[in-house]
Each structure stands twice: as C-alpha cells, then as structure tokens.
Write a protein that binds this ligand. Structure first.
Ligand code: WTA
Length: 645
C-alpha cells in the first residue's frame, strides 16, 4: 500500500472482535452463501416468528425488495424490552443538556421500557393506530427517542422532521405522508438559543393539514398555545395511563419509518424503511463498525432528524444493548471544548461525528482538546460527507492522540446503515478513504455509459445486489423510487456518488455526481432551493449550485434573475435569504445570493450549470466549452460580479 496508509493500532487489533481474516471469511460467505449467512445474522434480533428466508429481491423492472419476509418481530422490543429483562440496570441513555450546568439524566433499560410503554399507551389514547403515520418534530432529548420507539411499539410509522426545517417544510412532510399526528416539544434548546418548535407546528397546521392530535413534551417551559381538542401535554397524557403496553407483532416487511431526504429533482422524497431487514442491518453494522463492547459509552452527535440519528442513535446501538450518550446542544457552546468536556465527563469510548464539526473544531487549534482527558476514547468515527485528509489526521492525532482507529463510514439515508468502512481492529486506514464494503455489500464502479470498470479506477458508485437495510420504496411513489435509483444503470442501485477504488479494494468517495449538495453533512437538493426562490414574487429564475466551503464542506450559491423593473439591491439579497429560510428552514440558508440580469443558457434555453458551478468555485480559467452559449457576454459579467467565496 502507498505511504499514506495508517496501520491498524496494535491495541485495537488485540482487542477487536473481528480480525482481518474473520472479515474476509464473513464477507465471502455473505456473498457466496448469502441465504445462510443472513439467516444466521438475523439471530442478532429476537423474532416473534423467526424468518425461514433471507433475501427475496429484484432490481429489474418493478424493483421489489424483501428480506426475512415470513418473520415477525417488534423493533421496540428489540431495542428496549429484551434488554430490560436481561440487563435492566444497564444505562441505555445518558442525556447531556445544552447548558453544561443543567442536570444530566441517566436512564436505565428498565426505566426506558416503562417510559416508552407509557408513551405508547398515550399515543393509543390519542387515537394512533397500527400503520398510521406520526410526524415527530423534536429537539435532541430522550423523549425524541422514546417517541420513535413508542411508535414502533404500537406499529405506527414515524416520520421525523429535523427541527431546523421551517413550518412550510414541516407542513409539506406532514401532508405528503398523510400524517394525522404530531409529536413535538414546547421548544428546543441549542447553543443557548430557543427553537420554537410548538409554534412552528401551529404555523404548519394553520395551513390546513388535517392533524387530529398533537402531543407536546415540555422541555424548556416556554409559553405555548394549546388548541383545545387537538393538543395535549405529554406529561399529562403519560400520567393518565399505565406502563403495560404490549409490543405489537409486526411483519418483517411492515414499514418502520419514513424519512424525507433531498434528491436532484423535485420535492424531498419520503424514503421508506421496513422492520426486519433494517433492524438486522443496523444491529450488525453497529456491532462491527464500532467494534462494540458491553462497557462502551457510545456518543453519536447526529440529530434524530437525520438518518444517522435513526440508525446510530435510536436503533442500532439500542438493538445491541449499548449505553449511549445523547447531546442536546452544539459543538461550540458554551465553547469549542464542549465535545471534549463531554468525553471526559462521561468517559465516552466511541465518538461518531461529522467532518464539518471536525473541521470547525480544528480551526480552534489543539488547546480546547488538550485541556480535557480523552483517555477513555477507543474509536473515532466520521460520517456524512467526504473527510479531507487534513481533518482526518487532526481527528486521529489531536483528538485521538495518534492512538485510536478512525472509521470513515460511507452510507446514505437509502442504505439504512453503514456500507463502506474499515473495521477498527482489522484494517489499515487511509485518510480520506472510507475503505471496504460491509458484509453483503457489492459495490462497483461504472462509467457514464454504464460500463463496469475494474481495478483501480474512478467512476459512478453503484451497488449490484440488495442488502437487508436497503430502503424499499419512496412513500406513495414507487415509480419515483425506481426512476431515481434503478433507471440510470439498469439492474444496479445507483448511489448518486462518485468514487475511486485503489489496488486493495478501498473506496474513496469523491462526492455527489448529481445536483445534490452536502452542506455541513446535510443533504440539500439544489432544485428544492430553486423552487423556494422562484416562489418569491420578484424572482424570475434561479439556479443553485454548491461551492467548496472550508468548514461546511459545501456552501450554497444562488444565481437569481429578477422580474422586469425590480432593483437588484443588497436589501433584496437579504430578503431572498430570509425567504429561503422561511420556505425550507435555517438549514438551507444560502451563503451567496448573486443577482444577475441573465443566466448562461444554451441556444435551446437550457441553463449551463456546469459553468455556474465553475464560477461559484472561483475556477474561471477552465470553463470548458462555451461555444453553445446563446450569449457569451453573460459569463463575463457573472465572473466580474462573482460573490467572494
Ligand atoms: C455523503 C448520511 C463521503 C455521500 C449517512 C452520500 C459521505 C450522502 C460519507 C448521503 C462519507 C455520507 N464519505 N461522503 N463517509 N457519508 N456521505 O442520506 O455523498 O444524509 O451520498 O446520509 O452523504 O447523505 P445522507
């Protein structure tokens, strides 16, 4: 291997549950004896009725994906009740509040079982039935996880919406899946600021979505309006019921949750995951990627509003009976040492975070890190976007004292769990390279014509066979699911990412090859932001592209033309920025609004995004072929007025 390889640390190798030889043997079996391998792995989960078949899927024509289809189980039982029986006093959750002086909460499996059972009964009392969709719009408090698991307990399908989305965006997601119930909090607290969640829900519902029940958890004590007949307080609702709430037997292929995610076109898609395969996949990947052991304290910094918060906060760790820390706040509040203070305080052994956080903290230098004891750390993980080798090295050397393994885990909302990573005690690491496929995963690279490329190469990353954690459909729109993921390259799942492969079969993700951008690890569709911009009555046309951003990975650059007679002022720019925040949420706040009299178009009227991307990147020397432009003068003017990066 080349020089930039970092050898697996000896201590990690010795302690590991899985050696390289084990990995090889398991990986080979997962492909060559797939049925037996998966039925064996399915035993990580307790089934009410054990499955007798593993995979039954086809990526052709209809695209039909089923795993463990004759099995029955309950996800909440697997994450909670079974551990409440075997290890009732083990801590399930340690809650670290936004304010470091506020009280931490420590919740055992037994306690969590009782709390979630009450929550389940409270949902039943509100009228929630098996199969109903329930929207969850919560801050990072234990009750967010309770809400998800309480839904799973009674067979309801949750749809978590990140608290950084606006009422407009929330309404769209409530309507899309016909959700008649919402679980929220009075407000959330992040970095010393309050986020008015309940008020946002009220605003979303004012638009007319037919929601019959809203359950509100009191978190900050903020004053909120309660609508008679529709709204109820969580603490009152759970006080009125007992903690005897059976886990409903679900079929393996019954939906577990919907999670909205952005694609290159149209509205966000409601990616649907089902119960059996997802549970097996998250339990397996959690156990291996983090080399999990009983006494670990696992700290994943993701919000439950994203897939990482589903698979590696709510489901994977709890399915494995882990003790995990959840954090209400942000990495830089009250100061830049917060993650490390938490690590010291709670003796975190596995930390899982995103490159954007690592880069932001790296800018503060080593001091905030060094002043805290991090000797409990055993494994460091990263996810969400490509990590630049410099940030990787800082993470390993400064945070991990050049001692602990780093796992760079590549996966997606649609994959349900980790797909590519090195295993901490088994594999050498390569900064910037995610690594090797997880069991059952067959990655391959294809060129733009769909031809497979072998050996060391760069191409479009596809997966050629199904794995248990794969999304099954887009809620209410299977045609879109097929179209989005299976039509680009026939018979293959197309990830939307580009990747390189080295001589050892390691993969390095080069980023999205479609019109999706990744801002601070949050997936954004440029088309969505464009739709939001053109809703403004002074906007004629908009084209949105990403550009490299030192901390966020990518920033949002918007080119906007205005209607005739509208003055292109700084005020209008500010107003448009606000407008996008209102339509989508603070999470999509544009970095640059570039008002321009015209956009570069081909003679047939197509916007030349390639050129807009180059200009936003500041790479104006190599604009490529501009001969098809209808008016070449437009480009010169855009370059001249480019917004500073
Ligand atoms: C990107 C997040 C490089 C990738 C779990 C993918 C990554 C998109 C990595 C999915 C990684 C995620 N290295 N890129 N380790 N992990 N990505 O659905 O572009 O929010 O397609 O899932 O994030 O984002 P999503």
């Amino acid at each position: 291997m080349s020089d930039d390889v970092v050898a697996v640390p000896e201590a990690a190798r010795r302690a590991s549950n899985c050696s390289d030889a084990d990995y090889q043997a398991l990986y080979d079996r997962s492909l060559n004896d797939s049925e037996a391998f998966w039925l064996e792995q399915a035993r990580r989960i307790e089934w009410i009725k054990a499955p007798t078949v593993a995979g039954n899927w086809s990526f052709d024509d209809r695209v039909d994906i089923k795993w463990f289809e004759d099995g029955q189980l309950n996800a909440c039982w697997n994450c909670v009740d079974r551990h409440a029986i075997t290890t009732p006093d083990r801590l399930a959750l340690i809650f670290e509040p936004d304010e470091p002086d506020a009280e931490t909460r420590q919740i055992t499996y037994a306690q969590m079982r009782a709390d979630i059972a009450r929550f389940g009964n409270a949902l039943l009392a509100m009228g929630v039935e098996r199969g109903d969709r329930v929207t969850i719009y919560m801050p990072m408090v234990p009750e967010a996880i309770y809400a998800m698991l309480a839904c799973a307990r009674i067979g309801a399908v949750h749809s978590v919406v990140f608290g950084g989305f606006s009422p407009e965006a929330l309404r769209g997601r409530i309507e899309d899946c016909d959700s008649r119930f919402v679980i929220t909090a009075d407000a959330g607290r992040r970095g010393g600021r309050d986020i008015p969640l309940k008020a946002n829900v009220d605003a979303a519902l004012d638009g007319g979505a037919p929601v019959s029940g809203v359950m509100t958890v009191r978190v900050t004590g903020a004053d909120v309006a309660m609508t008679e007949g529709r709204d109820r307080w969580y603490h009152e609702a759970v006080a009125a019921v007992d903690d005897d709430c059976p886990c409903v037997p679900m079929n393996a292929e019954d939906p577990l949750f919907i999670l909205y995610t952005s694609g290159s076109t149209g509205k966000p898609k409601g990616v649907l995951h089902t119960t059996g395969g997802y549970m097996v996949w998250t339990a397996l990947t959690f156990a291996y990627a983090f080399d999990h052991k009983e006494d670990d304290i696992f700290f994943c910094t993701a919000d439950v509003g994203w897939i990482t918060g589903h698979s590696y906060v709510a489901y994977g760790p709890l399915a494995c009976g882990a003790t995990q820390l959840i954090f209400e706040g942000v990495p830089n509040y009250p100061d830049e040492s917060r993650f490390w203070a938490i690590t010291e305080k709670h003796k975190v052994s596995i930390l899982y975070t995103a490159p954007t956080a690592i880069r932001a903290l790296m800018r503060e230098g080593p001091e905030p890190v060094k002043k805290h004891d991090r000797s409990s750390l055993r494994i460091l993980g990263t996810v969400g976007e490509p990590i630049n080798p410099e940030a990787w090295r800082w993470y390993r050397n400064t945070v991990g004292n050049s001692r602990v393994p780093v796992v760079d885990t590549w996966w997606q909302t649609e994959t349900g769990g980790i797909m590519l990573t090195t295993l901490p005690g088994a594999h050498d690491m390569k900064p910037g390279w995610a690594g090797l496929p997880m069991f059952g995963v067959r990655p391959l690279l294809v060129d733009n014509d769909g031809q497979r490329i072998e050996g060391t190469a760069e191409g479009n990353l596809c997966i050629s066979r199904s794995w248990p954690g794969q999304a099954r459909t887009v809620y209410g729109d299977h045609a879109r699911f097929r179209q989005t993921y299976f039509s680009t390259y026939e018979g293959l799942y197309f990830t939307g990412d580009g990747a390189r492969r080295d001589e050892n079969g390691y993969y390095r993700i080069t980023g999205r090859v479609d019109d999706v951008i990744n801002v601070s690890g949050h997936r954004m569709g440029t088309a969505e932001i464009e739709s939001a911009l053109v809703l403004h009555d002074q906007v004629a046309e908009a084209a949105v592209v990403g550009f490299p951003h030192e901390v966020k990975g990518q920033g949002i650059y918007c080119y906007v033309t205005t209607n005739a007679g509208v003055d292109m002022t700084a005020d209008l720019e500010a107003e448009l920025r606000q407008h996008v925040r209102k339509e989508i949420g603070p999470v999509a706040t544009p970095d640059h609004i570039h008002l321009t009299p015209a956009l570069p178009k081909t003679r047939s009227g197509k916007i030349m995004r390639r050129i807009l991307r180059k200009i936003a990147e500041g790479d104006t020397k190599s604009l490529g072929d501009t001969s098809t432009l209808a008016d070449p003068g437009v480009v010169a003017s855009l370059i001249e007025n480019r917004r500073p990066a």
